[in-house]
Design a protein around this ligand. Structure first.
Ligand SMILES: [Zn+2]
Ligand SMILES: [Zn+2]
Length: 351
């Protein structure tokens, strides 16, 4: 049986932490569940999941749907689209079954690229490798989650660029149903004479829309400005956690705050595991943000300590209870902590 390889290349950078990554995890499980009941998909579709943040890795190697077990998604620091693409192309090359006199090779692979941010590194080399070696031999659909993705970069990869408004749980359902349906349609029509991949968007699908690439797009590069994510470490469990803030424009206006400053409101604090370091950019330059720009302060998601936002003289953040003296889980130095009174600068993660 000829295989139809389907790759999911998924951005798991810090801004995805919390609801978005849980929705992706759930959505992936739903897709597989639905495809397992589809005779065409079972016969031909092989699926792989690759994630990227500051580093990239294969979460699920290419395999038949019947053997596919939905993965847990990790989080990392940074958005290295070039490493993500590089890893994708490495996997595609490695897995590719070519047509020989004895056997029929794979159908044209489909790639779903999901990203919510602007690449934190230079994508030029990876994009030209994609263009030269894969653009004609694979079908890519690039999906921007929310409005943070760099469409200018995505449009160089494919003419199929979609934006997904992830405003509600229902929107995620619609979105993953759309992916399931397009996989089904495309596995069904493999044998017919239609060669290309087709994107069908129902008119009532207001969560997804295709970008008109004939219009000029503005270029953006660097930091993700919709979110601020800060890394801390729990004093008791030594586990890392992330505190996520979302840009709050309207609120700043309502409460009469200075509009020339960007304000961010707390979304939540989340534990991360050891894969966070593994998937993070190694030599990212620290970027600072002042605590005056942050609204809301979380408790420690690991141990429940009242304050997740204590800063040691080493510059790192950790949790703290009501004791005055505590030991920094980053540098091991014991220190006395008080209220700083005003705002102070902290290092933000890369997004
Ligand atoms: Zn803690
Ligand atoms: Zn310290």
């Amino acid at each position: 049986m000829r295989r139809l390889p389907i790759y999911f290349l998924i951005d798991v950078s810090e801004s995805m932490i919390g609801e978005p990554i849980m929705a992706v995890e759930e959505g992936m499980a739903k897709i597989i569940q639905a495809l397992k009941t589809d005779p065409y998909a079972i016969e031909t579709a092989w699926i792989s999941v690759i994630v990227f943040a500051g580093q990239a890795k294969t979460l699920v190697p290419l395999q038949e749907i019947i053997n596919f077990y939905p993965p847990r998604f990790p989080i990392g620091g940074g958005t290295s689209l070039s490493k993500g693409l590089g890893h994708l192309m490495y996997e595609m090359r490695k897995n590719q079954v070519k047509t020989t006199p004895e056997q029929k090779g794979d159908w044209k692979p489909i790639v779903f690229l999901l990203t919510d941010g602007t690449p934190t590194d230079d994508t030029t080399a990876a994009i030209s490798e994609w263009k030269n070696n894969w653009q004609r031999t694979a079908n890519m659909v690039a999906i921007s989650i929310g409005d943070g993705a760099n469409l200018h970069v995505l449009q160089q990869l494919t003419e199929n660029v979609l934006t997904f408004k992830n405003s509600s749980p229902q929107a995620y359902k619609t979105f993953f149903k759309w992916i399931t349906d397009s996989i089904k349609t495309n596995t069904e029509r493999l044998d017919s004479n239609h060669a290309g991949f087709e994107i069908n968007l129902q008119k009532d699908n207001d969560a997804l829309s295709k970008i008109d690439l004939s219009k000029p797009l503005k270029e953006e590069f660097g930091q993700d400005t919709n979110y601020v994510v800060l890394q801390g470490k729990c004093q008791h469990t030594q586990r890392p956690y992330l505190m996520k803030y979302r840009r709050a424009l309207e609120e700043a206006a309502i409460s009469g705050l200075d509009l020339h400053t960007l304000y961010y409101r707390l979304v939540g604090a989340y534990q991360v595991d050891h894969t966070y370091e593994e998937l993070s950019e190694k030599n990212a330059a620290p970027v600072k943000i002042n605590t005056d720009e942050l609204i809301g302060s979380p408790t420690c998601p690991c141990c429940g300590n009242q304050v997740a936002f204590a800063m040691c003289s080493c510059g790192k953040l950790h949790c703290m209870g009501d004791q005055e003296v505590c030991t920094c889980p980053w540098c091991g130095v014991e220190g006395r902590y008080g209220n700083s009174g005003g705002g102070f600068d902290v290092q933000r993660a890369q997004g």
